[in-house]
Design a protein around this ligand. Structure first.
Ligand code: FES
Length: 567
C-alpha cells in the first residue's frame, strides 16, 4: 500500500493549481452521472478494443459489462478507454506494422489517465502482444483478458474452423479440387461466431502464453468467446483487477527471465505459432529480459509437443478447452517449469498447478508427457550463412522428409514479383526446388507480412504436390502449415545474405544440425554485395511510417522499436 492518491484524484491535469485540477475533474466526472460515492473509489481502467474492423472482438460490449460488474462488486470504479484495435484481416499492408503503435497507445493511455490498475481486453493476433508490451512499459498493475476462440462451423458433414481450413480449402480450390460454387459456400462457414481463430493460431498461442507468463487468470486462455464461462471470467478478471491495486503484482514482477522460459516451454508444447516467438521476444524485451533463439533450441530439445490441435493436428480450440486446456498442459510440463514464478493472483505457478483440482484430461487432444505427440518442441531455430542471426521453422507443422535437403533456389525478389510469376506455367520449378522470397522482412516496404507460406506453384499443386521447402524473411500465419522457413535474419532489405541469393543457387537445410546455408563462395557473395542496392526499404517521409522505418528492429529482437526498449 502507498500513500499516493487513488482513483480520479491521481495523476492530475496540470493547471498550476492541484486543488482546482481535482475540483474540475470531479465536476466533469459528475457530468457522466457518477455519484460522489463511486467517484471516491479506486479506478480500474479497461483498455477496450472493439472495432467495426475487428470481427474477433464483436462481443466485447457484453464482455465489458461483465468486467465492469466484477470491478464494481469488488469496490472499484470501472472506466473503459479506447485504444487502437487491430483486426488481423482488415489491415493493409499487414497488422505487424501497427503492433508497436498499439503498444505505444496502450502504454501512454495507461500512464496518462488516473487508473490504479488496468484490465487489458484483447484477443485478435497482435492485440495481446501490443497490450502486454504497453503494460510492461507502463508497469501499473495489469491483468490480461482475452475474448477467447471462435466455435467451429460445419460444411457437408465436416467441421470447419478459421483459419487452417480457409487455407486448406483455398489450396484445394487452386488445385481445382473444389469448384467456384463450393468455395463460395465455404466462405460463409469458416468464421461463424465472435472470437479469435478456432485453431492454435497466433491469437490462441498468445492467450496461452499470457496465461503461462502469469498475466491472466488461470485456466482461461481457451474458453470459447461465446461460452458463459467467458462472461464469468470477465467478471472475475474485473474483481481481480481491484485486488491488484496497491499490490506489488506489477508486470515487471511477473514477466521475468523464468516466466519467459515457462512461456517458451508452453509455446513449444502446444505447437504454437511462429509469430509468438517474435511477440514474446518483444514483450520480454520491454521487461529487459532477452530471448535467445539458441536457448529456445535447448528448450525445444527437452519439451515435448502435447497438444493435438490444428494447424498441426486434428482438433480445435473448443476441444482443447473441453479436454482440460492450459491446466492439463501445465500439469504435464510441471517438472520442466520454474514453479516459483509469481502469477497475477498472487499464487506462484507451482501453487496454481497444485490448486487446480480438475484432474480429468482428454488424451485424444492433450497427450501425457510420457507419451507425447512429438518428443521435442514444435519450433526450432536454424542458423548458418543464409541466416546468421537465425530463422524459424515450425517443425511440427512441416514434412520431416524435407528436413535434410539441398535444393536449387527459385528466387522471388519481392511479394509483387512472386504474385506475378508464381503461377506462370513457364516457371522453371520442380518439387525438389526451394522457393525463396526476398524483401518481405521487417525492414522491407512490405512490413513483414504473413507471406512466408508461399503458395505451391499452380503447375505443381495441380500435380498433387502439397509441400515443398520455402524460405523467406516474412512471417507465416499461425494457422498455416508446411516446410516453411521464416524470419530469416538479418532480412534482405537490411542487407542480409537472403538478399544475395540468385536464381539457381544451391541452399542446404539441415534441421538435425540446425543449419541453413547458402552454398555460394564468400568471393561471389562479396561481388554481389557490391552490386546489390536495396530499393525495397519503406519510402516513409512522415508520420508513423517514418517512425517505423527509423526505429524497427529485426525479428530476433521481436520487431520492437529501438527507442522503446528500456535503457
Ligand atoms: Fe482475429 Fe484470427 S483474425 S484471431
Amino acid at each position: 500500500m502507498t500513500d499516493k492518491p487513488r482513483g480520479i484524484a491521481n495523476d492530475l491535469t496540470h493547471y498550476g493549481d492541484a486543488d482546482f485540477a481535482l475540483y474540475l475533474r470531479r465536476s466533469f466526472a459528475q457530468s457522466m452521472g457518477y455519484s460522489r460515492a463511486l467517484l471516491s473509489r479506486p479506478t480500474v481502467g479497461i483498455a477496450y478494443t472493439p472495432s467495426g474492423f475487428n470481427n474477433c472482438h464483436r462481443n466485447f460490449p457484453e464482455l465489458l459489462e461483465a468486467v465492469k460488474r466484477g470491478i464494481i462488486a469488488a469496490g472499484g470504479l470501472p472506466l473503459e478507454f479506447p485504444t487502437i484495435s487491430l483486426g488481423e484481416v482488415f489491415l493493409n499492408p499487414t497488422s505487424l506494422k501497427f503492433r508497436n503503435l498499439m503498444a505505444m497507445d496502450t502504454e501512454e493511455m495507461i500512464r496518462a489517465q488516473p487508473m490504479d490498475s488496468v484490465v487489458l481486453m484483447g484477443g485478435c493476433d497482435k492485440t495481446v502482444p501490443a497490450q502486454l508490451m504497453g503494460a510492461v512499459s507502463a508497469n501499473r498493475p495489469a491483468v490480461q483478458f482475452v475474448v477467447g476462440p471462435m466455435m467451429t462451423g460445419h460444411h457437408r458433414g465436416e467441421r470447419l474452423g478459421a483459419c487452417t481450413d480457409c487455407r486448406r480449402f483455398w489450396a484445394k480450390y487452386r488445385a481445382s479440387e473444389v469448384n467456384d460454387q463450393e468455395i463460395d459456400e465455404i466462405e460463409g462457414r469458416l468464421a461463424t461466431t465472435a472470437g479469435t481463430c478456432a485453431v492454435m493460431g497466433t491469437a490462441s498461442t498468445m492467450a496461452c502464453i499470457a496465461e503461462a507468463l502469469g498475466m491472466m487468470l488461470p485456466g482461461t486462455a481457451a474458453i470459447p468467446a461465446v461460452h458463459a464461462d467467458r462472461l464469468r471470467v470477465a467478471e472475475a478478471t474485473g474483481a481481480l483487477a481491484v485486488s491488484l491495486i496497491g499490490s506489488e503484482r506489477r508486470p515487471t514482477q511477473i514477466i521475468t527471465q523464468k516466466s519467459v522460459e515457462n512461456a517458451l516451454r508452453i509455446l513449444l508444447a502446444i505447437g504454437g505459432s511462429t509469430n509468438a516467438i517474435i511477440h514474446l521476444t518483444a514483450i520480454a524485451g520491454r521487461a529487459n529480459v532477452p530471448v535467445s533463439l539458441e536457448r529456445m533450441n535447448e528448450l525445444s530439445d527437452t519439451t515435448p509437443v502435447l497438444v493435438d490441435l490444428k494447424p498441426t493436428g486434428a482438433h480445435y480450440m473448443e476441444d482443447f478447452h473441453a479436454a482440460g486446456g492450459m491446466g492439463a498442459v501445465l500439469r504435464e510440463l510441471k517438472p520442466l517449469l520454474h514453479q516459483d514464478c509469481l502469477t497475477i493472483t498472487g499464487e506462484t505457478l507451482g501453487e496454481r498447478i497444485e490448486s487446480d483440482h480438475t484432474q480429468w484430461v482428454d488424451r485424444k487432444v492433450i497427450a501425457s508427457s510420457d507419451k507425447p505427440i512429438e518428443p521435442w518442441g514444435g519450433l526450432v531455430s536454424l542458423f548458418g550463412s543464409l541466416a546468421p542471426q537465425g530463422a524459424i521453422l515450425k517443425r511440427s507443422a512441416a514434412d520431416s522428409s524435407l528436413f535434410e535437403r539441398e535444393g536449387r533456389a527459385i528466387v522471388f525478389s519481392s511479394l509483387e514479383d512472386m504474385a506475378r510469376r508464381i503461377d506462370d506455367p513457364n516457371l522453371d520449378v520442380t518439387a525438389d526446388d526451394f522457393l525463396v522470397l526476398q524483401n518481405a522482412g521487417p525492414h522491407s516496404a512490405s512490413f513483414m507480412p504473413e507471406a512466408g507460406y508461399l503458395p505451391i506453384p499452380k503447375k505443381l499443386a495441380r500435380m498433387g504436390l502439397k509441400d515443398m521447402v520455402r524460405i523467406s524473411d516474412a512471417r507465416m500465419s499461425g494457422t498455416a502449415f508446411g516446410t516453411v522457413i521464416l524470419h530469416v535474419t538479418p532480412d534482405a532489405a537490411s542487407g542480409g545474405p537472403l538478399g544475395l541469393v540468385r536464381q539457381g543457387d544451391r541452399i542446404k537445410v539441415s534441421v538435425q544440425e540446425r543449419r541453413l546455408d547458402l552454398l555460394v563462395s564468400e568471393e561471389v557473395l562479396h561481388e554481389r554485395r557490391k552490386e546489390t542496392q536495396s530499393n525495397h526499404k519503406p519510402k516513409a517521409e512522415r508520420g508513423y511510417a517514418r517512425l517505423y522505418a527509423e526505429q524497427i528492429l529485426g525479428a530476433d529482437q521481436g520487431c520492437d522499436f529501438k527507442f522503446m526498449l528500456p535503457d
